[in-house]
Design a protein around this ligand. Structure first.
Ligand code: ADP
Length: 404
């Protein structure tokens, strides 16, 4: 019995005996005393026996399944990863749950991914992919799925987000198509006129002179386009080399003013310069900043109302240098503003071509500003005019980006 009863059990028995003596003293009936003693002793022995049983067959506490050591690794991947056991999803990292839903663990992978290109591959046991899945998540997202066996009848499904590279590829294809189209139009015109000139029409001096002028203008148009295309690719090729030369922006604005004085039917006379007389140093590439000025002042001259001022000002802003080119032209409707720096985007293509535009001027400006780690802002009001602001770094202001 000493093995069954613990120290606490013996103390409890002593308390029972003491209770019986007290009940006797207070005059309780004999039956009541016996019933109390038997009940208490039975309870003590039952509890002791239970404890002994627990010692022989300890109850294993129900613990949550330990997290897989691979869990943090899969989460750190950042891209959706699933582990399948047969057709079911045994585990899914955070990115997979964010894409396919938090409920997917335990679900059939074909239901969770629900894509016609994926279901056959998810049903088979073999490795598969890469296979393109369009519209998973949102309609314009592109994913690439790969399936690889990892032993124990398990497979790893990896989804890579290809939306960015797909958009870049689409832009490249569009750009080549647009550039070819822009070049083909003047080329077709040149070929047509040259052919006509080689016929009898070329014998008439007046017709010949008129046609030759058209051929010359079209050839110049092609030349401007090729020049702009080459500028764009040069600037893009250098985009990671931040220019560090010190350039006097004030002097460069004065030079550009002089060069543009006679351009666009003498609109140069409408240019008003507003900047300090002394040097205004900025960190930059002189040639590219000159091209930026030509494009911005050129646009203000082309699209501004003849006879209205084109203001070119330079101010100091929080340590940075800010160039502003403002015109009083017809302005640009708000829906066009976000797209102006896209290649070949024009508000009015006919107008742009008639004033010698290539549709690349602002795209070039954007790339130059990006290479200079500057900031470009375009604001405009229809009927009032357009204002383009470029913020550049002053020497000693290496980083961060200048704040406007
Ligand atoms: P483009 O060679 O056609 O001038 P840009 O890239 O320089 O090409 O400009 C894109 C379009 O933005 C132009 O075709 C024109 O419609 C519009 N735009 C640019 N600057 C101005 C301006 N100052 N005022 C009004 N519209 C402008």
């Amino acid at each position: 019995m000493s093995q069954i009863l613990s120290r606490r059990g013996w103390i409890a028995l002593a308390i029972v005996a003491l209770t019986a003596v007290i009940l006797g003293f207070v005059g309780a009936s004999q039956e009541a005393i016996i019933v109390s003693i038997v009940g208490a002793v039975a309870a003590i022995f039952a509890s002791a026996a239970g404890r002994a049983l627990e010692d022989d067959h300890p109850v294993v506490p129900t613990m949550p399944e330990p997290p897989s050591p691979l869990g943090p690794v899969l989460d750190a991947l950042g891209e959706p990863v699933l582990i399948l056991s047969g057709p079911r999803i045994a585990s899914a990292n955070g990115a997979a749950r964010a894409l396919l839903g938090s409920h997917i663990v335990g679900e059939d992978a074909r239901i969770a991914i629900r894509h016609p290109a994926a279901s056959g591959l998810l049903a088979s046991e073999a490795s598969a992919g890469p296979v393109a899945l369009t519209g998973l998540g949102s309609a314009d997202q592109r994913w690439e799925m790969q399936i690889a066996p990892i032993g124990d009848g398990r497979r790893l499904v990896h989804l890579s987000d290809r939306s960015g590279s797909h958009a870049a590829e689409r832009m490249r294809v569009d750009f080549v198509a647009n550039a070819s189209h822009e070049l083909r139009t003047p080329l077709a015109s040149i070929l047509g006129y040259v052919e006509t000139l080689s016929d009898t029409a070329g014998d008439d001096p007046a017709i010949r002179a008129r046609f030759l002028k058209i051929v010359f203008d079209e050839a110049r148009r092609m030349q401007r386009l090729v020049d702009d295309l080459m500028s764009l690719s040069r600037i893009e090729a250098e985009k990671f080399r931040v220019p560090s030369d010190v350039v006097d922006l004030g002097a460069l604005v004065d030079d550009t003013h002089a060069e543009l004085a006679e351009a666009h039917d003498g609109r140069g006379r409408d240019i008003i310069l507003e900047h300090d007389a002394g040097a205004i140093p900025v960190l930059g590439d002189r040639l590219q900043l000159s091209q930026l000025l030509h494009n911005l002042i050129g646009n203000a001259m082309k699209y501004g109302q003849p006879g209205t001022p084109v203001r070119v000002s330079i101010t100091r802003d929080n340590g940075a240098i800010r160039l502003i080119v403002a015109d009083q032209g017809e302005g640009i409707a708000p829906e066009h503003l976000p797209r102006l720096t896209e290649r070949f985007y024009r508000v009015d293509p006919g107008r742009s071509r008639s004033v010698g535009g290539t549709g690349l001027g602002l795209a070039i400006v954007k790339h130059i500003v990006e290479r200079h780690r500057g900031r470009l802002e375009i604001s405009s009001r229809v009927g009032e005019g357009t204002r383009v602001s470029v913020t550049l770094r002053a020497p000693g202001q290496e980083s961060p980006k200048p704040v406007s």
